[in-house]
Design a protein around this ligand. Structure first.
Ligand code: DX5
Ligand code: ZN
Length: 223
C-alpha cells in the first residue's frame, strides 16, 4: 500500500519543513496538486515548488496536473524532480500525445478521472499507464467530502487490471480519511492521497502508519 500526503493541505509558508515532515513520516509518495485556475477554479503552486521540496523528500514525488494545457509544463516538472506525472482524461484527444511525452521524459505515467466522467473513457489508455487516479472529489480544493458514487469506478479499474493482466497502480484522491480508506482498499485501490486527514496531524508519522494499517487490513479481508 502507498500513502501519499497531499502538499496542498500543508503549511504553504513552510514547504521544505513540510516535505521533510512527510519524508520522516515514512509516506512512500508526496502528492503535489498543480492547479492552473482554468481546469479547476483554484491556483496552487508550480515547478519551482517541486524543485524546492525535491531535496527534502527522498521517495516518489507524485505530480497531479489539474491544468488545461499540461503540454507546456511537462518538461519543467520533469526537470524540477517529478517522478510521476498525471494528466486528466477530460483533456480528450490531447491525452495520447501527453502520455507519450511523459513517457519520453522518463517519468511514470498517470491518468486521472473526475467524478462525473464515465470510467469507460480511460479503458483505451490502460495499457499505456503506470497509475490510474480515481478522483473521489471534484478537483480544486482539499477538505471536501468523499463522493461515495466514485467507489464503483475503483472497482471497475481493479476489474480491468485483473482481466487485462495490467500492472497500473490505482490511486484515490479526495476526502480520503480513516473513515473512507478501508472502503477504497476493499474496492481495489492501492495508493491513497490524503491532505486534510494527514497534514493537520502534529504526528504525521502516526497518521500515515494508521492509514496504511487500515488500508492493508481492509484489503486482507478480501483474501
Ligand atoms: C483536490 C486534490 C486532492 C486534495 C486532497 O483537487 O486533487 O489531492 O488535495 O485533499 P483532501 O485529502 O483534504 O481531500
Ligand atoms: Zn490530487
Amino acid at each position: 500500500m502507498v500513502i501519499a500526503p497531499s502538499l496542498l493541505a500543508s503549511n504553504f509558508g513552510r514547504f521544505e519543513h513540510e516535505a521533510t515532515r512527510a519524508d520522516r513520516s515514512g509516506a512512500e509518495w508526496l502528492h503535489l496538486d498543480i492547479m492552473d485556475g482554468h481546469f479547476v477554479p483554484n491556483i496552487s503552486f508550480g515547478p519551482e515548488v517541486v524543485r524546492a521540496v525535491r531535496p527534502h523528500f527522498s521517495r516518489v514525488l507524485d505530480v497531479h496536473l489539474m491544468c488545461s494545457k499540461p503540454e507546456i509544463l511537462l518538461e519543467s516538472f520533469a526537470k524540477a524532480g517529478a517522478d510521476s506525472i498525471t494528466v486528466h482524461i477530460e483533456l480528450g484527444d490531447q491525452v495520447t500525445p501527453l502520455l507519450w511525452k511523459i513517457r519520453s521524459l522518463g517519468r511514470k505515467v498517470g491518468l486521472a478521472i473526475n467524478p462525473p466522467t464515465n470510467i469507460a473513457a480511460v479503458k483505451p489508455y490502460l495499457s499505456q499507464i503506470d497509475l490510474l487516479l480515481i478522483m473521489t472529489v471534484n478537483p480544486g480544493f482539499g477538505g471536501q467530502p468523499f463522493i461515495e458514487e466514485c467507489v464503483p469506478k475503483i472497482q471497475q479499474g481493479a476489474a480491468w487490471k485483473r482481466e487485462l493482466g495490467l500492472n497500473y497502480r490505482i490511486e484515490v484522491d479526495g476526502g480520503v480519511t480513516l473513515a473512507t480508506v478501508a472502503e477504497c482498499a476493499r474496492a481495489g485501490a492501492d495508493t491513497f492521497v490524503a491532505g486534510t486527514a494527514l497534514f493537520r496531524h502534529r504526528n504525521l508519522g502516526g497518521a500515515v502508519r494508521k492509514m496504511r494499517d487500515t488500508a492493508t487490513k481492509a484489503a486482507a479481508e478480501l483474501i
